[in-house]
Design a protein around this ligand. Structure first.
Ligand SMILES: [Zn+2]
Length: 148
C-alpha cells in the first residue's frame, strides 16, 4: 500500500530533507509518535474499562460492558481490531494486552518505540499503524507465529 501524496504543491522553503523519501528503514517521525501515543492511550482506556467491566461481571454474574467505546474509526481500526481479537483469543487475557499497550507507551517515553525487539530494525510503519503496540517487525512476527 502506498500512501498517495499530493505532489502539486511545491514548497518554497526547502528544508534539509533529501528528495528521496523512500527506502528501507523509514523512521517514524515525532508526529507519528504523537498520534501513536494518542491511539495507544485511547486503546488503553477502552481496554482498562473493559477489563474492569469483565472483572465486575465475573464477580456479579451480570453482563460485561457493551460496545460503544469503539466504533467511529474505520480502516486501520478494523485491521487493528482483527489482530487484537486474535491476540485476545490467543492469550485469552485482556490484561496481557493492556500490559503490551503500557509497554508501548513506555517505549515511546524511552525513545525505543518502533524498533523490533528481536532484530533491532525499525518496524514497518504500516504494521505499526495497524498494530501500534507491536514489538516485532513483520518478518519476526511471522517467524514467531510459525514457531508456536
Ligand atoms: Zn525483527
Amino acid at each position: 500500500m502506498s500512501t498517495k501524496k499530493t505532489q502539486g504543491t511545491r514548497s518554497s522553503h526547502s528544508r534539509s530533507s533529501s528528495p528521496s523519501r523512500t527506502g528501507p528503514g523509514k523512521r517514524i517521525t515525532a508526529r507519528d509518535l504523537k498520534s501513536f501515543r494518542r491511539r495507544l492511550e485511547e486503546e488503553l482506556t477502552v481496554l482498562t474499562g473493559r477489563h474492569a467491566g469483565l472483572e465486575a461481571a465475573n464477580a456479579s454474574g451480570s453482563e460485561a460492558i457493551g460496545a460503544g467505546d469503539l466504533g467511529e474509526e474505520g480502516g486501520d481500526a478494523g485491521l487493528f481490531a482483527a489482530e487484537r481479537e486474535r491476540d485476545l483469543s490467543l492469550v485469552g487475557n485482556l490484561a496481557d494486552l493492556i500490559t503490551k499497550i503500557q509497554g508501548a507507551l513506555a517505549r515511546i517515553d524511552e525513545g525505543s518505540y518502533g524498533r523490533c525487539e528481536v532484530c533491532g530494525e525499525p518496524i514497518e510503519t504500516e504494521r505499526l499503524d495497524a498494530l501500534p503496540y507491536t514489538t516485532l517487525c513483520l518478518a519476526d512476527a511471522r517467524r514467531r507465529a510459525r514457531a508456536r
